[in-house]
Each structure stands twice: as C-alpha cells, then as structure tokens.
Design a protein around this ligand. Structure first.
Ligand code: ADP
Length: 607
C-alpha cells in the first residue's frame, strides 16, 4: 500500500516527476517534443475561433437583414475565417497524431536504453542487494511506458489549461458573471472524478492484487511446464474456480462502482444544467435589453458548454497524470541509484606482463547492513601463476572471499594487495578486465555454440581455434560435436532446429567461456555442482595444468577434486583453518585430511 502523502507533497511529486519526464523528452527528442507541445496547446485555443467567427457571421446576417443589404465584405471575410478555422485544426490535428506517434515510439526506445544504462552502471554488490531488487520489481510491474504516459498527460493537462484560459477569457469578455457560473457548473465533476474516476481507472488499467493473483493462476494454463502439472495433478478444477471467483468479485466491484459513478455524474449534470439555465436566462436578458448581440448570445452558449467540457477533461487528465507519475517515479528511483563500489578519482591501471601477486591481509568482512562477520582475519598470499583451491563446507565463506577479490564488496577490515597496491586504488573496470570469473549462478546465452563461448571476450573477433580449445578443456566438446550444426548450433529451443542444454552442459559451456577468456586470473566458484565429482576433478585438472603461467582460483565443497592445486585453503566458519598443498595437509592429519578421506570414500562408493 502507498503511504498516505500530504496533499502538498503529492502536488510537488506530480510536478517534479512530470518535469523530469518532460526534460527527458526535451533532451532526447527536442524537435518532436516541441512540435507536439506547441500543436497541442495551439489546437486547444483555436476551437474558439470557430465559435467566434460563427457568431460574427450571425451578427452580420442580422445586420444585413435589418439594413436590407446584399452580401457584405464582412460576411465573405468571416466565412473564409470560419472555413479556415475548421481546415487549419484538421491539418494540425493530423500532424499532431503523426508527431505524437513518432515521439512515443522514439521515447520508448530511449527509455529502454536508459534502463539498460542505469542497470549496467551499477556495481555487482548493489545489484545483488535487496534495495535494487525491490525497486526493480516494483518498477517492472508498470513498464517504462509510464514515463511516456507522463509526457502525454502533461501535454494534455497543458492543453486543457490553455483551453480553459481561452474559454474563461472569452466568457469574461462577454460577462464576468458567466465565468462564475461556469466554474460552479464544472466543479461538481471534479468531485465525481476524484471519487470514482480514479477508482475505475485503477480497476480497469492498474493491476490490483486480485488481477495479479488471477494472472498468476492463468499462467498455469499458458506455460507448458506448468500446464503439464495442471494435467498431471488434475489442477484444472481448482484453478478454474479460483479464477472465476476472482473474476466475479472483480466484475461485481467494477459494475457497482460504475453505477455509483453514473448516479454521481447525473447529480453533477443537474448542477451543471441548473447553472446553464441561469447563464442562458442571464444572457437572454442581456440580449433582450440590447446589451448583447444575438451572435454573442450564441458565442456565450458555445463557449460556456466548452468551458464545462474542458474542465471535465482537465480533472480527468490531471488524475491520469497523477497516477502515471506514481509509476514513472519508480523508474526514476532506479535511475537514481548509485554504485556503492566505484573507482577512485585517478585510480591506477597497472599493466601486468604476468599475473600479479595477490595478498589477502588480515581480511574480515560482514555483508552490508548485517552484523554477522562471515570472514575473520584471513591472510594468504597467492604468487603469480599459482593455483589456489578454496575448500570448505557450504556457507563457510568461500564465495564471499572471492567476491572481495573481485571487489564486489570492500573488506570491512584488512586489505587486498595486488602486487602491493591496495585493490581499492585500482580502476574497477581495468581490474575486471583482467579477471575471468564464473560464479555459481551464471548466465545462459541463447546464442550459437561458438558465440556462447566467445562471448567472454566481447571486444575481440571470434577465434574459432580458441573456441574449440576452450570446448575441449571444459569437456563441452563431447556434446558439441554431436550437434548436427556443431559450433553453429543455436542453443535455444525457441528457434527452429535449436537445442536445449541440460544444467550440466550449461556449466561446461560456462567453464569453456572462462577458458576462452584466458584472463590473468581465472576464478571458478563451484562451476561443477551439476557435474559429478569425477568430471569436476577433470575440469580442475585442466585448469591446474593447462592454464600455464596464469593464476587460477577454484572453489569447491568437494575436498577430493582439488588435490593438484599448489595451495589448498580450508575455510571453516569464515576462518582460514589450514593452508598448504595436498601432501602437506594430508600429512598434517587435520581437518582437510579428515574431510578428504570421508568424502573420497563416499564418492568411491557412489561412483
Ligand atoms: P560458501 O561459498 O562457502 O558456501 P558464502 O560465502 O556464500 O559461503 O556465504 C558465507 C556466509 O555469508 C553465509 O552464512 C551466507 O548466508 C552469508 N551470505 C552470503 N551472501 C550474503 C549476502 N548477500 N548478504 C548477507 N549474507 C550473505
């Protein structure tokens, strides 16, 4: 639920969000924006020209009859003005629809790009954080279309205000009392719109909780995976009746609202008609007493009606604007998010001929907004080209340790030194360029095999030899070679002839990407959870032996698969329990030896 906002804050919010959306349109599509704005405002005013010239024609005809004149010069002139007052708006209206459509389409693309830019500018720690995810989920519900709608309704409101001022001015010039009557006649519509218009609009267009729940249920019948379970479990009856119940209660609510709104509108109509009667009576009196001409009587009537209509439009458009600014603001909240981890001004971009020495120096860490210290005083040195394995049970802190090395977060205490330089002093993008990292939750690319491997070096043309080598090293070659189109095979079932990979195959593709990237420092964080222990050992063996001269860090909860690493770090409850080679640690007969023996015998039994 939205918190209750003070009326004053509400207007300030509407105004500032509209200003922001309009300034986006101004910055990105200045010409289209200006043209649509000017045309909208101009068209709002010009309708009164029709009424004015018609009233002049009537007055002229009466004058001609009185004086028994033939067709006068004034009549011809006014007739031309009347004709133009219809022709010009028709042409302008035509242009307006064309430019408005172009503006909406172009702004749609700009907003999409803005979204991509603002997501991608954030650091990983912020993206992982709950604030970003909550804000993104909230914004996603409404789509970037709300930004366009704010531009559209702001223009409409401006047009209504223009029409309102012009009509008010014409009425005032006939008689100020008419303005008072017109305002009294219109104001009741404001209350109707305030009470029912918004509620109905919400019910129709805005996804309420009920509609979301219903859509979720309907999805069970749309998605193949879910539909299969619907059939298997015989869920149709249950979901069908739930959907029907939601629909029925929604329909009843909307119908009730609609009939209440009709009664209220009728009340407003009566007030408006009463005011109209008074106005007609007043203007007729004035005409009879000779203070007004017949033409002016007609003009007054027409403008009065139009004033009331414009007021109604204004109340409706303003309430839509208010609604849309609420959703647009959610996008702006995301655009405004700032990265927590950034490069310092003047950050260093060292050029390394060989992998730099990495030193964790008394590292302690608690995740932001938590007190739980997940890494405690860790110190270890990784020489150039070393292969380090980090092992430990789930939740020990292994991933967190490499996240600090990737500078997803900065340590709470201690330092990470890269060839003696504090990691915080190194340019973040430059550092990431030198890393090849595979986390457990990796992305799956719906590309061809060769593209899906080479995507890890996006700035370089694809080297097919390297692609094949990477596929060999990760073991992906086993299934790639069986595809009819081999490296040109599309990995997307949605495509004709496309294939879908299993989780384990996806993992091998992800590992191939890291081999293809061939960075100075490669980090594999349990890339093999869907692959059996023997296959994991093989992949690690390749990494440990084939990445000559490059630094490699492997994370595994399996103690038995990393024995070839130069150093094995055993992490337990965030502490570095043991550090050494397999041989050294086995000889030590400590935690490593205990868990290694236990797991090795288990794998032996199960394989
Ligand atoms: P491992 O990789 O050894 O399985 P992790 O480094 O993923 O362990 O997690 C270590 C501890 O940090 C766990 O207790 C985990 O719940 C906690 N943790 C992991 N990620 C976050 C996060 N984003 N926010 C808060 N706590 C986290």
């Amino acid at each position: 639920m939205e918190e209750a906002v003070e009326e004053k804050d509400k207007f300030r919010d509407i105004f500032s969000t509209s200003r922001r959306a309009l300034s986006l349109a101004w910055k990105r599509e200045r010409k289209l924006f200006l043209v649509t704005l000017v045309l909208t405002i101009f068209l709002a005013g010009i309708t009164y020209l029709q009424l004015a010239s018609f009233s002049n024609i009537v007055d002229e005809i009466i004058r001609m009859q009185k004086l028994s004149l033939g067709v006068t010069h004034t009549l011809v002139k006014q007739s031309i003005v009347l004709g133009l007052s219809f022709l010009i708006p028709a042409i302008l209206q035509n242009l307006l629809s064309r430019y408005s459509a172009a503006l909406t389409i172009r702004m749609g693309t700009h907003n999409q790009m803005l979204l991509i830019d603002s997501y991608a500018k954030l650091d990983i720690g912020t993206i992982e954080g709950s604030e970003f995810q909550t804000k993104r989920d909230r914004a996603l519900k409404w789509g970037t279309g709300s930004i366009n709608n704010v531009v559209h309704y702001s223009e409409r409101v401006l047009s209504d205000v223009t029409a309102f001022i012009v009509a008010g001015f014409v009425l005032y010039s006939i008689n100020p009392f008419l303005v008072v009557l017109a305002i009294v006649g219109s104001i009741s519509y404001y209350f109707v719109e305030k009470k029912y218009g918004k509620a109905l609009y919400n019910a129709y267009y805005v996804s309420t909780d009920d509609i979301r729940i219903e859509a979720e249920k309907v999805d069970h019948f749309k998605e193949v995976k879910r539909l299969i379970e619907v059939v298997l479990f015989g869920l149709k009856k249950l979901f069908r009746s739930q959907i029907l119940d939601i629909n029925n209660s929604y329909d009843t609510r909307v119908i009730k609202l609609k009939s209440k709104e009709s009664v209220a509108t009728l009340g407003a109509d009566i007030v408006q008609i009463l005011c109209l009667f008074v106005a007609v009576f007043f203007v007729t009196q004035q005409t009879l007493s000779g203070k007004l001409l017949i033409g002016s009587l007609l003009l007054a009537f027409g403008v009065y009606r139009s004033f009331v209509q414009v007021s109604q439009n204004f109340f409706r458009d303003f309430s839509r604007l208010e609604e849309q600014t609420r959703y647009a603001r959610r996008w702006f909240d995301i655009f405004d998010m700032q990265s927590k981890i950034t490069s310092k001004v003047g950050a260093l971009k060292p050029v390394w001929a060989k992998p730099p020495v990495i030193e964790f120096k008394n590292i302690s860490f608690a995740y932001p907004e938590t007190d739980n210290v997940v890494l405690k005083n860790i110190s270890l040195i990784l020489n150039s080209g070393d292969k380090l394995a980090i092992v430990g049970l789930n939740g020990a802190g292994k991933t967190t340790l490499v996240k600090l090395l990737c500078r997803v977060y900065d340590p709470t205490e201690g330092q990470i030194l890269i060839d003696g330089i504090d990691l915080r002093d190194i340019d973040l993008e430059h550092w990431h360029y030198n890393l090849g990292v595979l986390f457990q939750d990796f992305a799956e690319y719906k590309l061809t095999v060769r593209e899906a491997i080479a995507v890890s070096r996006p700035d370089e043309p694809i080297d097919d030899k390297k692609v094949k080598l990477a596929a060999q090293m990760s073991g992906a070659i086993d299934f790639i070679e069986k595809f009819p189109k081999k490296y040109e095979q599309i990995l997307w079932k949605g495509f004709h002839d496309g294939v879908e990979l299993s989780k384990g195959q996806h993992q091998r593709m992800a590992v191939a990407r890291i081999f293809y990237r061939d960075a100075l420092i490669s980090i594999l964080d349990e890339p093999t959870s869907a692959i059996d222990a023997v296959a994991e050992e093989k992949i690690f063996e390749v990494l440990e032996t084939k990445l000559e001269g490059k630094t490699g860090i492997l994370i595994s909860h399996r103690f038995s698969t990393v024995k070839n690493a130069d150093q094995i770090a055993v992490i337990e409850h965030g502490e570095l329990k043991e550090l050494g080679s397999h041989k050294e640690l086995m000889a030590k007969k400590g935690r490593y030896e205990e868990l290694y023996t236990m797991q090795a015998s288990r794998y032996l039994e199960s394989e």
